[in-house]
Each structure stands twice: as structure tokens, then as C-alpha cells.
Design a protein around this ligand. Sequence first.
Ligand SMILES: CC(=O)SCCNC(=O)CCNC(=O)[C@H](O)C(C)(C)COP(=O)(O)OP(=O)(O)OC[C@H]1O[C@@H](n2cnc3c(N)ncnc32)[C@H](O)[C@@H]1OP(=O)(O)O
Ligand SMILES: O=C(O)CCC(=O)C(=O)O
Length: 405
Amino acid sequence: MMTVRDPRFPSSSTTAIQSDAAIKFCDTTLRDGEQAPGVAFTAAEKLAIAAALDAIGVHQIEAGIPAMGVTERDVLREILATDPHAEIVGWCRADHRDVEAAASCGLVTAHLTIPVSDLHLKSKLGRDRAWARLRVRDCVADATDRGMRVSVGFEDASRADDAFVTDLAGELRELGVTRLRWADTVGLLDPVSAHDRLGRLVRAVPGPWEIHAHDDFGLATANTIAAVQAGFTWVSTTVLGLGERAGNAPIEEVAMALRHLLKLPVDLDTTSFRSLARLVSRAARRPLPAGKAVVGESVFAHESGIHVHGILRHPATYEPFDPAEVGGRRRLAIGKHSGRASVRYALEQYGLTAEDDEIEPLLERVRAAATQHKRGLHGRDFQELLGRVEMPTPRAEAPRREEQV
Ligand SMILES: CC(=O)SCCNC(=O)CCNC(=O)[C@H](O)C(C)(C)COP(=O)(O)OP(=O)(O)OC[C@H]1O[C@@H](n2cnc3c(N)ncnc32)[C@H](O)[C@@H]1OP(=O)(O)O
Ligand SMILES: O=C(O)CCC(=O)C(=O)O
């Protein structure tokens, strides 16, 4: 593996845009993220993740569930004591005990959730829409009377009656609710209907609206982007998409898609995305897949001959943005799919040049070795192959260091 740097991509420091119009992030790695089965952060891990999210400039951190008990409340207090720039939020049911628990940790912001689909209201809670309306209004009043800022989440909104959600949203806005969260709780939304339905909602009840998308059909990022296109100004995300079942919309995917696909300002320090991903992956005891979009180890690695040939001429041919923008680096791999340009480039790293007819036999050996090892070649593998073929004469200049795959 070798690193290629190219000045044709702007550095991330010049692309971070500060703007009032930037989409706001409410990161829920410490709440929905930790709800992923088997994930249990220690207090130290929660503090470290909160600090890292704060450092990248996340606007709100949904840091836990006060109703879970003393330990959770203690951690929430500790996070608040670090005096973060981000607003720290406690997730609550529409239940006075939850509001009390949130207030008792010194939280000034509470997020209250009310299920809005008939399925959830009837089958889960044995209740109806009228109950939901009264209950959430009552709890909002409780929290605001305590001087708290309140946002409300509509659980299972994607399976709810849009007319009911619209009416309830209008009422809650009049009660002073700061933001409304529309939750696709079981990930049933698709981007086209999301754009249609959520656009109508925003036109009926002005925001701020937040989208909370789940990834059961692999559409959480797409649906989040569609919601923003429809006029939502807040996104609910988690690092690596960690969360219930298939997870949530990953912060790293949403941020980069907003910036590069929608050309919207994103005022997060995206250069820390890779280190943030590693931190959460370790704390969650979940390996970070090599091909994970934006932050995976191999997402800026190129092996295929045609791609390396292109990248060497202009990195944008096969990269959507500069890897440095997310704390990554470009790497060229030598492997089964390498072509002459790759091998020629690799040889150059050792101060060697070669004609095509000299490269062909080497390429054959590269393919055989990669197939045998079932991986790309490390620097030492390549050097070993060089030793076994009749190699061209070294050039005068000193060899450059090669990085390993
Ligand atoms: C879609 C989501 O992600 S929602 C968030 C889900 N997150 C979690 O559940 C993680 C943390 N949860 C917990 O620690 C516990 O479930 C607690 C502390 C919240 C509640 O624990 P328990 O009192 O033992 O209740 P249990 O978990 O068995 O059942 C949930 C209770 O919440 C009630 N409930 C569920 N959602 C809501 C809501 N939005 N508003 C009001 N009450 C609700 C249910 O009716 C049930 O109450 P009941 O036992 O009086 O019928
Ligand atoms: O805050 C909310 O209402 C969303 C709760 C949630 O995590 C979900 O519905 O998936």
C-alpha cells in the first residue's frame, strides 16, 4: 500500500463551512446507539464519547435516559459538569416520572416521546389517540413548568395517520415545544414517499423538524437526506449508525452526503470522523467493517488497475471527496486486480522503472500471490516478488518508503 497525496483536492480545513443555515445534528449514540443489543457503555466511555461528539461540534447530544436509574443519572450529571458546547438532552417517555428524573439530574432540555401510530397506541399501550394527545400535552406542561426546554418525538410516525400527526404537531408548537422529531421507528420509509409526506408536514406545521430514521431496509441515510430536502432542518444520527436492530442514520454518512450531494453547509469537524468511529466501535465492542462508508479502513484504498490508473491522473476519478476531509488517507493496493499502472507506480516507490514487457511477468506473479494469500500484497510480499523476477535497473534516486496494506 502506498499513500498518494494530491493538491487537486482541497484540504478539509478549507471546506468546513460555518453558516447559520447549517443543518443541525442531534446525535443519539449515547441513547439509541447504546440501545443496540448487547451494547453497554461504561461511564468513562459515555464521557469520552460525549466529549468527542462535543469536540466535532454536534449541536445536541441525546446522552441517556434518566428514567433508567441512578447510575444513568449520575453519568448525565457528569457529562453536564464538563460544560459542553453541545446541548445535553435526556430522553423521556411521556411520563411524569421521566420528566422528574430528567429534572433531577439538572438537565435543562428534555426530549419527550409519544407513540403516534394506532398500532403502538393500541397494541403496545392499550391506549388511543385522545390519550396520546392529553398525555403528551400534560408532560410538556410539566417540563416547561420546571423551566425545561422540551422537544417531542413522534414514535412510529411513519405508520401513523399523517392528519393526526399534523394536528398534534400544531398543538405542541403552540405549547412552546422547541422541536418536533418524526421517527421512522422500524425503518419503513422510502426516500420518495419521505420527501412527499414530510414536505406536506413542514408546509402545514413550520419546524424545526428533526428526522430520526432507522436502517431496517438500509435506507436510513437516504431517508434522512430526503427529509432534509423536504425542509427538515435537524437530523438524528449515531456514530456508525449504531442503534436498535439495524441501527440509525450514521452521522458520518449523513454529514458527508449533506455536504457533497446536497451542497449544504455542515459545520462539524468532519476530520475527526475516523477517530470518532474507532472510539465508538471499541466502546460498543463492534468491529468497524472495512467497507463502512466514509470511515471504513478500505474506503479510500484502490486496487483495481483501471481505478489506480485513473486515481494517479486525477483522484476525483474514483473518489467522491478528499479522504483527509474525514481523517482518512488514500492508499493504492497491489493485488489480484492490479494493472500495469499500479505495478509501475509500485516499482517507482523503490526507485525502479520497467518496460511493459518486464511488468507483465511481475503482474502474473502479483495475481498468483494475491490469490494464494487471499488478500492484497503487503510491501514485503511485493519486495519478495521483485527478488524472484529479473528486475529492471534501479534509477538513480533513493527509493520512497512503501506503506503496508
Ligand atoms: C423506539 C425507542 O427507541 S423508545 C426507547 C426505548 N429505550 C429503552 O427502552 C431503553 C431503556 N428502558 C428502560 O430502562 C426501561 O424500559 C424503562 C426504565 C424506561 C421502563 O422500565 P419499566 O418501568 O420496567 O417498564 P418496561 O420496560 O417493562 O415497559 C415499558 C413501560 O413504558 C411505557 N411506555 C412505553 N413508551 C411510553 C411512552 N412513550 N410514554 C409513556 N409510557 C411509555 C409502557 O406502557 C410500559 O409501562 P407499564 O409497565 O406501566 O405498562
Ligand atoms: O425520540 C423519539 O421519539 C424517537 C424514539 C426512537 O428512538 C424511535 O422511534 O426510533
